[in-house]
Design a protein around this ligand. Structure first.
Ligand code: ADP
Ligand code: MN
Ligand code: MN
Ligand code: MN
Ligand code: MN
Length: 379
């Protein structure tokens, strides 16, 4: 998901040659006689370089409708060095692509256990969820309840030119036109895709909070949350999966690269965050300010985990703070951290970390926020 923008990828646009959705629909209505299709989704490397993240999936037939997570078996797939990787179910969703009792299973991955182990082995390199879950547990143990709300920005792409969908190849939209939250065929592209995604997320059980068109045609945003603990990150990954699957059907590309179009504003995934201390009244605003000062001390560590290629986006222009600077402010969209004016007025609530890039891993971002603001020993 990270470093893909500059590379040549496999052929796309095959579907207009040979695939016909009306035919597919004939078969999707056939009786499946009580069997359930479980689509396992997990995170692995995008490229063989093993540096960037992306989603994988494969399906297993279950004999019955699963009632609990335990009814869904642990499964395996083959990793790149001929060893099996163990995939462990963590959260289930209704499957919008196969309606009925079928499910999507969000899983995380482990190395194969040695013979004397009864449980699965060590988390794989791309299993950042395991450590995130531990941090959330530690926060809960000290009476905190961290909530996360993500604003996922993305671009829809023409799969042949890799340029934003509907833009003439290599050309830019009019600089004088306002596209943010815009309406109308001369400004908005592919709203039907966004509508389908929104409804599919609601159906699946993803905590999608809203959508809006962004600062250029074919750039969109959806919000996930606020959700407690790992659920926010789980739901964000699932919403990305649903978007990718949906865009397969439409034959449209999606990118989360921090700066997919040179000389245009980049795309981010602002992370809104709160905990018991910040939500409490009185005292919430003081807790927010204290937490911001801790975030200042760990700025470099956060930036290192906030998405590959984010240096192309965090330039100090287009409502971003420069990557080398840390700042927080009330109602300030040019700061690293923005505290909403309403939050400041109410004296408690949440704050917005504006640094994460659109391709960030929400498990890493959630974990770091909790560690820096709640779990770090006072130095
Ligand atoms: P912006 O003005 O930055 O565009 P949005 O309306 O797009 O803001 O997003 C606001 C985000 O804040 C949503 O993702 C929502 O889930 C999140 N949010 C709201 N309340 C809380 C809270 N108490 N804790 C964490 N996140 C929250
Ligand atoms: Mn095989
Ligand atoms: Mn927003
Ligand atoms: Mn936005
Ligand atoms: Mn925002």
């Amino acid at each position: 998901m990270g470093s893909g923008a500059s590379r040549e990828v496999a052929p796309t646009g095959i579907k207009d040659v040979c695939l016909n959705n009306a035919i597919t629909q004939k078969y999707m209505g056939l009786n499946q006689h009580g069997k359930v299709q479980a689509e396992y989704v997990w995170i692995d490397s995008d490229y063989w370089d093993g540096q960037s993240f992306d989603l994988c999936c494969k399906t297993l037939t279950l004999p019955d409708v699963p009632l609990h997570l335990d009814d869904i078996p642990i499964w395996t797939y083959s990793g790149d060095d001929a060893k099996d990787i163990v995939i462990v179910p963590r959260r289930t969703y209704r499957d919008p692509f196969r309606p009925g009792d079928n499910v999507i299973v969000l899983a995380d991955t482990y190395e194969e256990p040695s013979e004397d182990q009864t449980d699965h082995g060590k988390p794989t390199k791309f299993n950042t969820r395991a450590a995130c879950e531990r941090a959330m547990q530690e926060a809960e143990d000290i009476g905190e309840d961290p909530w996360f709300g993500f604003e996922q920005e993305y671009y829809l792409l023409d799969p042949k030119t890799k340029w934003p969908l509907g833009w003439p190849a290599g050309k830019y939209p009019d600089k004088e036109t306002a596209f943010y939250c815009s309406v109308g065929s001369t400004k908005v592209i592919a709203r039907e895709v966004i509508e389908a995604h929104y409804r599919a997320c609601l159906y699946a059980g993803v905590m999608i909070g809203g959508i809006n068109s962004e600062v250029a045609p074919a750039q969109w945003e959806f919000q996930v949350g606020p959700a407690s603990g790992t659920q926010g990150a789980d739901d964000l990954w699932m919403s990305r999966y649903i978007l990718q699957r949906l865009c397969e059907e439409y034959g449209i590309g999606v990118t989360f690269d921090p700066k997919p179009v040179p000389k245009q504003a980049g795309i981010g995934c602002h992370t809104n965050y709160s905990n018991m201390a910040t939500r409490s009244s009185p005292g919430g605003m003081d807790a927010i300010k204290r937490q911001c000062e801790r975030l200042r001390q760990e700025h470099a560590k956060h930036i290192a985990n906030y998405g590959i290629g984010n240096e192309r986006r965090l330039t100090g222009k287009d409502d971003t703070a420069a990557m080398t600077d840390f700042s927080w402010g009330i109602g300030d969209r040019a700061a690293s951290i923005r505290i909403g004016c309403k939050v400041a007025m109410r004296d408690c609530g949440y704050y917005e970390d504006r640094r994460p890039a659109a391709n960030m891993d929400p498990y890493l971002v959630s974990k770091l926020l909790v560690e820096t603001t709640l779990l770090r020993k006072e130095s």
